[in-house]
Design a binder for this molecule. Structure first.
Ligand code: SAH
Length: 397
């Protein structure tokens, strides 16, 4: 070995996933730690027999005890390394052509070889989430490079996700460069949205649903639409753009619904077409069923019910519940847009849950489209955890 980094030696047999270039080392795979690495420090990962495997960042407080920066053990982790990864991320975004939006994910963590780093571009600036100890260690370098990447006029750090607690990192947010009044506006597929990243959820706006929101336009002209878990109205606004007849938009967040209302005005859509309700989707679907309400198109875009495999059984029940009710509320010939962003529920299981829901609702339906996250959220072939969003368009017969 040419470097003098602290060493993490793996138990015999526990090198398999690293050899397949999966970037996580779980604490249970570690045989011994040689040296005294501090939180976030760069460490050399070696096999039981000392064969170098990877260079990683040490996360002593997390079950994911190290996250790989590179599988090339001769590489040095420094400013140039981070810069090169950001440049690669930028080249990828240019290649997939994002000219239809000024809001997109610039860095998608592990899938862009920058574990724990999320950067969303919103029109004139960047919202950054730092989610792991290794990312935390390099945050100032990251901010410095981002300031010189496509000349943003502001950078806002939103390191408030609860995964930071697992890494023993403090929650933190605020402008790290420049400033802007809030909300800002973005333009996605010709529709304008206000984004208030300081008050909003996650980075402020869900860039991952961009293409699916656009796809909704094909199915909503002159239709009655129920947008469940609407947030600031991504799907609602696309239904309006397509000429939907009436829309009911439901979310539990008053702040999100206030922005939805402002978004309708921002785009000069008619507010009379939209009924906005601050409700629990689980309850309102039952109420609508009891009132024998029905809709031509229903969207179900819930939050993550199963962050990990441990939560799958409970999550499956929740997905089945809302989908079963939605199938019942659909008019004959109606269309269901249904999603799961749970890492613990894969596409196959999700389809099984939806099939079970249709069966119990006594509905005959067929899938026309399988949806996924927008292309600015790439999935590294060695990191399938990055493949988190799945959706189905189902048509009731
Ligand atoms: N479809 C949106 C994103 C939805 S994110 C878009 O395209 O932008 C999930 C939303 O579900 C959040 O806005 C959250 O406030 C809301 N939510 C979570 N649990 C809920 C519940 N039980 N009932 C209603 N809304 C809920």
């Amino acid at each position: 070995m040419t470097n003098s980094l602290p060493i993490i030696r793996l138990k015999e047999g526990r090198e398999r996933s690293i050899k397949k270039q999966h970037p996580w080392i779980f604490s249970g795979a570690i045989k011994e730690i040689i040296g005294n690495p501090d939180i976030g420090d760069t460490v050399q990962i070696v096999e039981f027999n000392n064969t170098p495997l990877a260079i990683a960042a040490f996360s002593p407080h997390s079950q994911i005890a190290a996250r790989v920066w590179t599988f090339d053990s001769s590489q040095k982790i420094d400013k140039n390394f981070i810069k090169e990864k950001i440049e690669q991320a930028l080249i990828f975004r240019k290649k997939i052509n994002l000219s239809h939006t000024n809001a997109y994910r610039l860095i998608h963590a592990e899938s862009d070889n920058l574990p724990g780093i999320i950067v969303d571009k919103f029109n004139t600036g960047y919202v950054v989430q730092i989610l792991s100890a290794g990312a935390e260690k390099w945050k100032d370098t990251l901010f410095e490079i981002l300031q010189n990447t496509d000349t943003p006029s502001w950078i806002y750090e939103k390191s408030t996700d609860e995964v930071r607690v697992l890494e023993n990192l403090p929650l933190r947010e605020g402008f790290v460069f420049g400033n802007t009044d809030l909300p800002i506006t973005i333009n996605e597929n010709g529709i304008q949205y206000y984004v208030n990243f300081a008050e909003g959820q996650k980075t402020g706006f869900y860039n991952d649903q961009r293409e699916n929101r656009n796809l909704l336009q094909k199915f909503t002209k002159d239709k009655t639409v129920l947008d469940c878990f609407s947030y600031t109205g991504g799907f609602t606004l696309n239904a309006l753009a397509a000429g939907a007849k009436e829309i009911v938009s439901i979310d539990s967040s008053q702040e999100a619904l206030k922005i939805l209302e402002q978004n309708i005005a921002l785009n000069n859509f008619s507010p009379d077409k939209v009924e906005i309700l601050q409700e629990d989707v689980f309850k309102i679907l039952r109420k609508f069923r009891d009132q024998a309400k029905s809709f031509d198109v229903i969207i179900l875009d819930p939050p993550k019910f199963a962050p990990t495999n441990k939560h799958v059984t409970k999550a499956a029940r929740a997905y089945k519940d809302i989908n079963l009710l939605a199938f019942k509320l659909l008019n004959p010939g109606g269309t269901l847009f249904t999603f799961s962003c749970s890492g613990g529920v894969d596409a196959k299981l999700f389809q099984q849950i939806i099939a079970g829901a249709a069966l119990d609702a006594k509905v005959d339906a067929a899938i026309s489209h399988r949806m996924t996250q927008s292309a600015c959220h790439p999935v590294s072939l060695n990191f399938l955890e990055g493949d988190y969003l799945k959706g189905l368009i189902c048509h009731k017969k």
